[in-house]
Design a protein around this ligand. Structure first.
Ligand SMILES: Nc1ncnc2c1ncn2[C@@H]1O[C@H](COP(=O)(O)OP(=O)(O)OP(=O)(O)O)[C@@H](O)[C@H]1O
Length: 80
């Protein structure tokens, strides 16, 4: 994900929410995804953010974005 966003470069940023920055990425297969990078520590303690992840992973609707997955490595927590 760091590579896809050019190491989370500002030029790929499309938004900012209460939980962190959002980046636009075009994957190798041509699909366009939004990558949300959580502020450090959120996945451990922020119940509302965890609920958002859990709900998006279970609910599928044409009016909701689909959660593709998330990763956590060396203090970085990212979902798309
Ligand atoms: N799937 C997406 N496609 C396009 N833009 C997006 C997408 N998700 C988020 N954004 C952009 O990033 C911004 C921040 O999104 P995010 O979901 O992190 O926060 P929010 O829900 O807008 O606010 P808060 O976190 O305070 O509730 C949005 O306002 C929007 O501009």
């Amino acid at each position: 994900m760091a590579q896809a966003t050019n190491n989370f470069n500002n030029s790929t940023q499309i938004g900012q929410g209460g939980y962190g920055k959002v980046y636009k990425v075009i994957l190798a297969d041509g699909s366009i995804v939004a990558i949300k990078r959580a502020l450090e520590g959120l996945l451990q303690g922020e119940k509302e953010f965890l609920t958002e992840i859990e709900l998006l992973s279970r609910v599928h609707h044409r009016n909701l974005v689909a959660l593709m997955g998330y990763c956590e490595e060396e203090g970085e927590q990212v979902l798309s």
